[in-house]
Design a protein. Sequence first.
Length: 176
Amino acid sequence: MNIRKTAVLGGFALGAAVAFAPLASADDLTTVVDSEISSLNSIFTTEADLAGDGSAVIAPTDAQPFDTIPSMDAPLSGTGTLDSLLYGVDPLAAGPSPDPGAYDVFNGALVEFDDAFNVELNSLLNPGDVIPTDDLFGSATNIADGLASADPATYFFDFGLGDLSGFLQVDLASLF
């Protein structure tokens, strides 16, 4: 009986070692961050296509890794289809961005959740190291505030819940 338990635990340990080997081999989160940006860009492009504005999407550049769209295709009026897809039930209440882009998906909540994940993963891979801001997407002010907080991952997660609450017009904080 103990041999079976040992074999099962050994299998889990081997699976974890194989699954996390690529992450452990690199101390930076470059591939993770690139994957997150690619995912956000894909969602944003799909939303723009659904709104009929897909041809207006501006492809990412080295200086701006996120897809963007001219503000006239996602106006601050909150009346367009893309406004609703990006900012939610009541785009004006959610606070539309003057420069719409992939970072606005789900009213910006995904960016905040990515930041929370990146903070936790970085502290797991690099215990005690300062978290590089290159691995975070939010505004400079939000990143500085988050990193200055006692628990940056919780700060970014809670900020993401707030953005998602704005998207859904529901108080999600009361659920957690």
